[in-house]
Design a protein around this ligand. Structure first.
Ligand SMILES: Cc1cc2nc3c(=O)[nH]c(=O)nc-3n(C[C@H](O)[C@H](O)[C@H](O)COP(=O)(O)O)c2cc1C
Length: 244
């Protein structure tokens, strides 16, 4: 069983998934990366079927993923922004997780540390941070940090992209700009619309790995704290005992 579970609600092999993967690599722990792309996850029906067991009864791809989260020591969840919100694939996942977990104040993920990976067309990611923070709070997940990234608008490859006035492309580049690999945002090519950035500044991989390293430390500290509290051997930060 992997120590850290990473979930991407973005497209396969695109920016959300790349950043989630880099965060996972930065933890230095065993991990599993799960893509929600192509998986069937239906919305919460508020059927109350989860009330007695805290397990959602809808039969689709949700339950096996949730079990992996329950067994993990830490979570990395990444999602893109669709229409100023976390995309629907991410929303339905958390709708069901939060509702099935809360009955009778069970909260199976309470205290587990989690990282948010927030992606949008310009790199701010604030809508996903807002939405996921609500779900993390509701589930009792310990907020261990977040990282934002600029993703690639689907308009870059739709065929109308560089001439369509309402697409994401037009928000970044003058209409008619030739679409080359250099202007496609990726984890290692952030903000291609901004001239004169060094390759180091454009590359988010290092920051993502550092975010993973923070998650790893939080996991270790929480594990030590819980072990100490079970043994009644609480220690102060300087190593001395809380009670002699
Ligand atoms: C239906 C749809 C709606 C979107 N809405 C927004 C938006 O409101 N704001 C924004 O900055 N980007 C928006 N985007 C751009 C995505 O956030 C961006 O393409 C992101 O890279 C997708 O993540 P992925 O590449 O990992 O799949 C939208 C994309 C789609 C397909």
């Amino acid at each position: 069983m992997a120590e850290i579970i990473g979930i991407s609600a973005g497209r396969k092999n695109k920016v959300t998934e790349s950043v989630v993967k880099a965060v996972l690599e930065g933890t230095g722990k065993t991990y599993e990366l799960i893509s929600l792309s192509g998986k069937l996850i239906r919305p919460c029906e508020a059927c109350n079927g989860c009330v007695k067991t805290n397990r959602c009864v809808i039969q689709d791809d949700f339950a096996p993923i949730l079990e992996k989260l329950y067994q993990s020591d830490g979570i990395v969840f990444g999602a893109p922004t669709y229409w100023d919100h976390m995309n629907a694939k991410g929303q339905v996942f958390w709708e069901r997780l939060c509702f099935s977990g809360r009955h009778n104040a069970v909260f199976p993920l309470r205290g587990k540390p989690g990282i948010i990976v927030a992606v949008d067309g310009k790199g701010g990611g604030q809508h996903v941070i807002r939405d996921l923070t609500i779900y993390y709070n509701d589930a009792g997940i310990y907020p261990a940090g977040h990282i934002t990234a600029q993703g690639e608008y689907a308009c870059f490859s739709c065929g109308y992209g560089n001439y369509c006035p309402v697409g994401g492309f037009a928000e970044l580049f003058p209409l008619g700009t030739e679409i080359t690999k250099d202007i496609l945002p990726s984890i290692s090519n952030q903000h291609p619309e901004v001239c004169d950035l060094t390759p180091e500044i454009r590359d988010l991989t290092g920051e993502a790995k550092k975010t993973g390293a923070v998650l790893s430390k939080v996991v270790d500290n929480l594990t030590a704290a819980s072990r100490d509290s079970r043994n009644g051997s609480g220690k102060k930060r300087d190593g001395s005992r809380l009670t002699e």
